[in-house]
Design a protein around this ligand. Structure first.
Ligand code: SF4
Length: 388
């Protein structure tokens, strides 16, 4: 659908917002009118379900990007001009930079996990402004998957509160955390980037502050220093994803440089976060062991002692996907030289029918073992929570 062919729908939503108080409450801009994610975001269009646009959180987002055109959509799930479009990657980056979606989250299910976290929270967003070549997040909406902000954040925190209350205290320590139930709040996006757009991440971090038996956790590849002001008081764990800088330059498209993520760790700890690391994805290619060893030595040299004293890591070997491989060949074939290794990989049909590709069992086992040895040798203070 070309938005220009939908003037009535657009007019109707804009008019409703006007009739109802000018589009945004006085405090709608939340953290203020600072430029959001300069370079990463330049929002020109907001595709919104009417109920999402009219909600307080929707109004906050709309007020934060006053120059953006508002386009009414029936469902955040199905916006053909944004999702799919596997062939035109240049356009996806533009879509990711210039487009947001506002939707109302219907499913509020908390799912068990047991690896990164005890539980996966219903996310407050779906999609990402960054474009990592191995990213699994677009798998459900299609490859140009800009950020959808879910505006019913109160429903999400309410569902979490009920779930946490139903569990009671954590009786048995586990690798996720010895004391508290850990909830991953960013499974399908990057909470640091989401915080450039709305107060959803802030609301979640603050909500967990009030729940002493639980903590939030999210992985990130973007350093957003605004998060330093949220005062989590230990109730949120940030997991900076790391890989050798050469791999990251090739694969982590549009993210903060690895050096910046390492440099931020001490500041986040001081601001009240627990700081862990995701050593992921581990991409096997000639020279990988030497480059990971160098990265680990760098962590040993550069991280403050206080970060080391509480740090832990997840090690996750690359999972790739045949459809994503085909798409990447059209826009970033060099990434596929590293990601697509049929000589080392085996295919596995996932629950949703996608053809995932993983390192063969013995290759993966040897890779995990070698990386764990490298951690023990070069960063012995870094407890590996799990390696997979
Ligand atoms: S930062 Fe995470 S969610 Fe965003 S593109 Fe990269 S892997 Fe995907």
């Amino acid at each position: 659908m070309d938005p220009d062919t939908e003037p009535d729908a657009l007019f109707g939503l804009a008019e409703l917002l006007d009739d109802d108080g000018g589009g945004a409450p006085a405090d709608a801009a939340g953290a203020g009118a600072r430029p959001a994610g300069a370079g990463l975001l330049d929002v020109r269009e907001i595709h919104a379900e009417p109920a999402a646009a009219l909600s307080p959180r929707g109004r906050q987002v709309i007020a934060r990007f006053p120059g953006a055109r508002l386009i009414e959509v029936g469902s955040h799930w199905n916006i053909p001009q944004l999702h799919g479009n596997e062939g035109n990657a240049e356009r996806w980056v533009r879509v990711k930079r210039q487009t947001l979606v506002l939707g109302v989250r219907k499913s509020l299910t908390v799912r068990p996990n047991g690896r990164s976290a005890d539980w996966i929270a219903p996310g407050a967003s779906n999609g990402c402004a960054m474009s990592c070549a191995y990213c699994y997040v677009p798998r459900r909406k299609g490859y140009a998957n800009p950020i959808t902000v879910f505006t019913n954040i109160g429903d999400i925190t309410g569902a979490l509160e009920r779930h946490i209350a139903s569990l009671g205290p954590k009786e048995e320590p586990n690798q996720c955390d010895p004391r508290r139930w850990v909830y991953d709040i960013g499974e399908n996006g990057d909470c640091s980037v989401d915080a450039l757009i709305s107060d959803n991440t802030a609301d979640l971090v603050r909500a967990f502050r009030a729940w002493p038996t639980a903590m939030a956790s999210f992985a990130t590849k973007y350093v957003n220093r605004d998060l330093l002001d949220l005062d989590p008081r230990g109730s949120a764990r940030v997991r900076f994803s790391l890989m050798p800088p050469g791999d990251s330059r090739l694969l982590d498209v549009r993210t903060s440089p690895v050096a910046e993520r390492i440099a931020a760790a001490g500041d986040f700890l001081e601001a009240g976060y627990e700081v862990h690391f995701n050593l992921s994805p581990v991409v096997l290619r000639p020279g990988w062991e030497a480059d990971w060893a160098e990265l680990l030595r760098r962590l040993d040299d550069e991280l403050p002692p206080a970060v080391k004293a509480q740090a832990a890591a997840e090690v996750i070997m690359l999972t790739h996907n045949r459809e994503l491989h085909e798409v990447n060949l059209r826009w970033h074939p060099k990434a596929e030289d590293a990601l697509w290794r049929p000589d080392l990989q085996q295919a596995k049909r996932s629950e949703n029918g996608a053809l995932n590709v993983r390192y063969r069992n013995e290759v993966k086992r040897a890779g995990v073992e070698r990386l764990t040895e490298l951690v023990a040798e070069h960063a012995p203070w870094l407890r590996v929570r799990y390696a997979f």
